[in-house]
Design a protein around this ligand. Structure first.
Ligand SMILES: *Cc1c(COP(=O)(O)O)cnc(C)c1O
Length: 363
């Protein structure tokens, strides 16, 4: 297959997939391992598919060193469904949960969660325009709170919790959609971690939920059975047809991460290449990243140019040069470069050079 020119896809999600994964999926599409069947055509209860799902689960457990007292579920509805399902499963009437508000996605989690429970804001960086993460010493989390929710990486605002907060006996719940598998996770800090797949794992619609044993109990409110953590754990994640093909693609991505040396090695690379772009941004006043230096995302680099006109020109010329999907989130504007795991180093180099050239031309 040939393209007119090479393109680099900086999409915030659905995002670029690893080229090796696409090639392997393409090769196996019609006939998986000589079975004469596509994974799309396999029954989910017997034959080869259960093995594919087990393999995906085992690899993910290895990649993130997930202890045995955590369950891994592949569910549907994307990350957003979890905004409602977490309180529905975990919060009984009279109980409350605490959310840390740091940007677009935590605001959504709070708004949607409030339809299903008493949700209080334990700390917020709204006053800064979501350019920092509140210090944990300023978080107000009552010891009887049912859980504390964070958004580990704010995809739209470009900021992140670089530390893994210790919330003591209050289970920490994290939306890790946009930095899952981009850095190691000390799972003992967490009670529940979830991630929509379309950033670092695979196709949209799939959401990975990693949940500690003691949080798997009968839902505290009425919940459709397919969305009950307990019912799915008891059915070994096969209460209904899971997203078979998406899980297969996730399995290939997990293979790819192992071949890349694992999550720690990707993290080092992700850190290094994001710092390269941030350093360029900070060189003079032409580019500007509003996020405080201690909280800048290693996945989504958000920055501005001196004028809206220049931003439009930047995006236009970048697209002409094959650098695609660099527009900021619809609510925040500006420029956003998403440097997810699958983005090749060459794309970051090309962006770096383009940014230098653009500044020379218009700075
Ligand atoms: C993309 C994203 C979501 C939304 O994911 P859907 O699968 O579209 O629901 C939620 N949280 C974060 C942090 C995201 O980046």
């Amino acid at each position: 297959m040939t393209f007119c020119h090479e393109v680099h896809n900086f999409s915030a999600g659905p995002a670029a997939m690893p080229a090796e994964v696409m090639a392997r999926a393409h090769e196996e599409f019609r006939d998986w391992h000589g079975t004469g069947m596509s994974v799309l055509e396999m029954p989910f209860t017997h034959g080869d598919f259960p093995g594919i799902m087990e393999s995906a689960r085992a690899k993910l457990r290895r990649l993130l060193s997930i202890p045995d007292n955590f369950h891994i579920l592949f569910l549907q509805g994307g990350a957003s469904a979890q905004f409602s399902l977490i309180p529905m499963n975990l919060l009984a009437p009279g109980e409350h949960a605490v959310y840390i508000e740091t940007g677009h996605w935590s605001v959504k989690a709070i708004q949607e969660g409030r339809c299903f429970g008493d949700i209080r804001i334990g700390a917020s960086s709204r006053i800064t325009g979501f350019t920092s993460v509140p210090q944990i010493t300023d978080w107000c989390v009552a010891p009887h709170a049912r859980y504390c929710h964070i958004t580990s990486n704010e995809t739209a605002n470009g900021l992140a919790h670089h530390r893994h907060p210790d919330t003591g006996a209050v289970p920490l719940v994290a939306d890790m959609t946009s930095d899952f598998l981009a850095r190691p996770i000390p799972m003992t800090n967490y009670g529940l971690v979830y991630a929509g797949a379309q950033k670092n794992i695979g196709p949209a619609g799939l959401v990975v939920v990693v949940i500690r044993d003691d949080l798997v109990h009968s839902p505290r409110q009425a919940v459709p059975p397919v969305f009950s953590y307990q019912a799915q754990v008891e059915a070994n994640n096969r209460l209904n047809t899971p997203l078979t093909y998406s899980i297969y693609l996730a399995d290939l991505v997990f293979d790819w991460i192992e071949a890349k040396g694992g999550v720690r090695s990707l993290y080092q690379r992700n850190w290094k290449r994001s710092q390269k772009i941030y350093q360029l941004i900070d060189q003079d006043g032409f580019y500007c990243c509003p996020v405080d230096t201690g909280y800048r995302s290693i996945m989504n680099i958000c920055f501005r140019l001196p004028t809206a006109d220049l931003e439009q020109r930047f995006l236009r010329e970048a697209a002409d040069a094959g650098l695609l999907n660099l527009g900021g989130h619809t609510q925040t504007g500006g420029v956003r470069a998403s440097l997810y795991n699958a983005l090749p180093d060459a794309a970051v180099e090309t962006l770096f050079d383009f940014m230098i050239g653009f500044r020379l031309r218009y700075g």
